[in-house]
Write a protein that binds this ligand. Structure first.
Ligand code: PEP
Ligand code: MN
Length: 284
């Protein structure tokens, strides 16, 4: 991998200078959602789709808070094979229902090649998770699926590696393929957080790529109390938006309850986001 090439001639490696990414609305008459435009986009929803009642309840809460894009995993990459693995295909059908009933767009993870086509059929944004950032076969197939891809940084990946993973997707792009990068925390010696949110990456990625950049403070912090302040800091640094986990009954959540913020906290983040956008870089 040639870091110098990436650093000095991004046009030689980045096939998509296009920014922003525009997502068509779920319902006729609604406005499109623009990621990488002037207004930040704050994606919200639970870690996992847990059932019909739970997912529709949380989707309504996210819509009521002003969210436009809903997150929720149907296929979950869990550390332990004994933990809840997601509802799979049934979860995807529930996300389809969310989209129809609320008009929210849907972002959900394609965990492997087996589920990719089914995920791409339902999702407005196909998430490739941290554990799969260096899975070239999945990246190529995700590019060919023709949907925008939210590419999460591997938890031990450099920015060169993240940008080259984006290239794998873009090198196999078909009509409709886009890439949105996502910083979600890296593994360090720190034991006060689940991961260490690399906020500096927002500035360095911004300097090197035209791709939109989102930040996931939830999987970085691992702690609900710190998600909103870290998310605000990311917006102030010029992130194009956030992806955060939201749950109204975190103690009942089947995954990642301790890092889920309440619908009220999510609403506050959505409301504050436009004023924070790029605040820390003003005049710099
Ligand atoms: C997630 O967003 O649910 C997730 C598992 O994230 P990551 O791949 O960043 O761990
Ligand atoms: Mn999670």
């Amino acid at each position: 991998m040639n870091a110098a090439l990436l650093a000095t001639a991004p046009d030689r490696t980045c096939r998509s200078p296009a920014r922003p990414v525009t997502l068509a609305p779920a319902r006729p008459g609604d406005l499109p959602v623009v990621i990488g435009g002037p207004a930040p986009v704050v994606i919200g929803g639970p870690c996992a789709v847990e059932g019909e009642e739970q997912i529709l309840r949380l989707a309504r809460a996210v819509a009521a808070a002003g969210g436009r894009v809903f997150r929720g995993g149907a296929f979950k990459p869990r550390t332990s094979p004994y933990s809840f693995q997601g509802l799979g295909a049934e979860g995807l059908e529930l996300l389809r229902a969310v989209r129809q009933e609320t008009g929210l767009l849907v972002c959900t993870e394609a965990l492997d090649l087996d589920c990719l086509d089914a995920v791409a059929e339902v999702a407005d944004v196909v998430q490739i998770g941290s554990r799969n950032m260096d899975n070239p076969t999945l990246l190529k197939r995700a590019g060919a699926a023709g949907k925008p891809v939210l590419l999460k940084r591997g938890f031990a990946a450099t920015l060169d590696e993240l940008l080259l993973a984006a290239e794998y997707v873009l090198a196999h792009a078909t009509a409709g393929t886009e890439v949105i990068l996502c910083e979600r925390g890296i593994r360090t010696f720190c034991d006060h957080s689940r991961n260490t949110l690399d906020l500096h990456a927002v500035l360095r990625l911004r300097a090197r790529t035209a791709l939109p950049i989102l930040v996931d403070p939830s999987h970085a912090a691992g702690l609900a109390d710190d998600v909103v302040p870290l998310g605000r800091a990311a917006l102030a640094l010029g992130a194009d938006g956030l992806i955060v986990e939201v749950h109204d009954r975190p103690h009942e959540a089947l995954s990642d309850g301790p890092q889920a913020i309440s619908p009220a906290a999510y609403a506050a983040l959505v409301a504050d986001a436009p004023a924070l956008a790029g605040w820390a870089r003003r005049g710099a």
